[in-house]
Design a protein around this ligand. Structure first.
Ligand SMILES: [Fe+2]
Length: 192
């Protein structure tokens, strides 16, 4: 029997992604985690939750988690978004912030975003932008959806060497809005 301790298996750090052109400015993020105006926003309600962890698996309490995203039609409530073919949804708050609890947990109620055209002939797959700010580290990344037809061609997703860490697979959730889904997205920082 060896008395040499097994090396600690570290979690894989969540890969970074670009901030993107639609980081909200001159906008106050919705607090409390509900981007849907109490479920009134158009689209599939998505219960998005997860934990912020260090690579040693320790919870990161008190981290600021910001998300921003297109609505269910593929439009950001941002003055630079010229995807006019996709309507704005006044009930959808495209930008929210929350703080992780003692277990590193966070939760948002949002809708599944749609893909949108980024340039002529080039579409971005559906994604949700994240900015996580902890005491020692800040991570900007994007969360994607399994099965999106544009995942394979997206330059940003495919720029990541571990893109599988960014692709989620929501599942139906019972007892919520009709058709609602839930998904978990943990964010791993090098340290808290
Ligand atoms: Fe985006």
């Amino acid at each position: 029997m060896s008395d040499v301790a097994e090396p600690t298996k570290l979690l894989l750090r969540t890969p970074p992604q670009i901030l993107g052109p639609f980081y909200p400015f001159m906008m106050t993020p919705t607090e409390g985690g509900d981007l849907t105006s109490g479920g009134q926003a158009k689209g599939t309600v998505l219960y998005l939750s997860g934990r912020v962890l260090t690579e040693k698996g320790e919870p990161v309490a008190g981290a600021k988690v910001e998300i921003w995203q297109a609505n269910a039609a593929g439009r950001y409530p941002h003055p630079n978004d010229d995807n006019y073919a996709a309507p704005l949804d006044e009930k959808f708050q495209g930008f929210a912030v929350t703080t992780t609890d003692g277990q590193g947990g966070y939760a948002f109620k949002t809708v599944r975003p749609a893909a949108y055209p980024a340039a002529p002939g080039r579409w971005r797959p559906a994604h949700i932008h994240f900015q996580v700010t902890a005491k020692y580290e800040q991570l900007v990344t994007q969360m994607y959806f399994k099965g999106d037809q544009y995942n394979e061609s997206d330059a940003w997703l495919n720029s990541s060497s571990r893109k599988e860490l960014l692709i989620t697979d929501p599942a139906p959730v019972e007892g919520k809005e009709p058709g609602a889904q839930a998904v978990t997205f943990d964010v791993v920082l090098t340290r808290g």
